[in-house]
Design a protein around this ligand. Structure first.
Ligand code: HEM
Ligand code: NAG
Ligand code: NAG
Length: 330
């Protein structure tokens, strides 16, 4: 401090270098290459088109909003938001669709195909990437089901991967048997933090889950409300019925804070959900408690974490391609 205050011009000079270096570094060091107006010239109606197809799909089936949100998550957590989750297997590679967390589980591909075909027709060309379709469809789904509206913030300009790797999906997607420290490390591996873990797990405020994903919890765990466990056992036998569905929270078509309130009562459906609130006064507990009681902050902060997730390792510039058909490379 003393030497700096004796040489203000040096300080200014050093500061200038620092700022200049920081400014130069921004485009490469973070993922700010994405922009909210990316399609303004090439397809100004792109966002309206995506939203209207998503809206129709949710009008047909409420759950589709949840399924589309999850597709974006499963895309981004495996080598970045690059549309890789949408690729069918080929002779050259076995993609992510048959990975353990995805097989018989992720859905919404027909809606994505619908969006893509409409865009290809109305944009007069193949300009909107499949990875961006997933990001916008996730945002719109959440908004339509009552969540935050982050219309002006959704970042665009991702390009699509030319390959997909089954084992990467098995390695990078968190399973519901993970304990708290495993969940946190998984999120940190993806550049996300504790707050993002709590907020994005709040995505479980919508959607359904198969019996096989929560069976052990409702039959064998102790950190669960007994009446809640008993009522779930009716639809999820200890043997068989693997694909029987249960809502993840009691208001599964509404983006609200019931998911967090349930955790406070030991009514989390997945082992991994309940790991976030154990009643031990941890930072994680405090965040769950906070968002249970502050619905507006949950919405705002969820939007911010979703955008952060959407910025994971996008392909930009001339990397990757704009797929013509989201299921296969050009
Ligand atoms: C924190 C780690 C996470 C784990 C362990 C996890 C696990 C699961 C599991 C096991 C299912 C049910 C799958 C099935 O029935 O086959 C599920 C469903 C779902 N997950 Fe997660 N998840 C996590 C994080 C997230 C995140 C970050 C989001 C989005 C922001 C999300 C959104 C959803 C949605 C919306 C569904 C319901 C999908 C539908 O109804 O089609 N999950 N999750
Ligand atoms: C979480 O799971 C990992 C891997 O099984 C284990 O090493 C660790 O001890 C567990 N942590 C806690 C707190 O149970
Ligand atoms: C519960 O635990 C017992 C004893 O470890 C085991 O035999 C049984 O398969 C488990 N049940 C479920 C549904 O996980």
């Amino acid at each position: 401090m003393a030497s700096a205050s004796c040489h203000p011009s040096v300080l200014v000079f050093v500061t200038t270098i620092f700022l200049a270096a920081a400014i130069v570094m921004i485009p490469t060091s973070c993922t700010a290459q994405l922009t909210s107006n990316f399609y303004e010239q090439s397809c100004p109606q792109a966002l309206q088109i995506i939203r209207s197809v998503v809206k129709q799909a949710i009008d047909r089936e409420k759950r589709m909003g949840a399924s589309l949100l999850r597709l974006h998550f499963h895309d981004c957590f495996v080598n970045g938001c690059d549309g890789s989750v949408l690729l069918d297997d080929t002779a050259d590679f076995t993609g992510e669709k048959t990975a353990f967390p995805n097989v018989n589980s992720i859905r919404g591909f027909d809606v994505v195909d619908d969006i893509k075909a409409t865009l290809n027709r109305d944009c007069k060309g193949n300009v909107v990437s499949c990875a961006d379709i997933l990001a916008v469809a996730a945002r719109d789904s959440v908004e339509i089901l009552g969540g935050p509206s982050c219309s002006y913030e959704v970042q665009l300009g991702r390009r699509d991967a030319k390959t997909a790797v089954l084992n990467d999906a098995n390695r990078d997607l968190p399973p519901p048997i993970f304990n708290f420290s495993q969940l946190l490390s998984n999120f940190q591996f993806h550049g996300l933090d504790l707050k993002d873990l709590i907020l994005l797990s709040g995505g479980h405020t919508i959607g359904q889950a198969r019996c096989t994903t929560f069976r052990t919890r409702i039959y064998n765990e102790t950190n669960i409300d007994p009446d809640f466990a008993a009522s779930l056992q009716k639809g999820c036998p200890s043997n068989g019925g693997d694909n029987n569905l249960a809502p993840i929270d009691s208001t599964a078509a509404h983006f609200d804070t019931v998911y967090f309130k349930a955790l406070l009562q030991k009514k989390g459906l997945f082992h991994s959900d309940q790991e976030l609130f154990k009643g031990d006064g941890s930072d994680s507990d405090n965040l769950v408690q906070y968002y249970a009681n502050n619905p507006e902050d949950f919405k705002t902060d969820f939007g911010a974490s979703l955008i952060k997730m959407g910025n994971i390792k996008p392909l930009t510039g001339s990397d990757g391609e704009i797929r013509l058909n989201c299921r296969k490379i050009n």
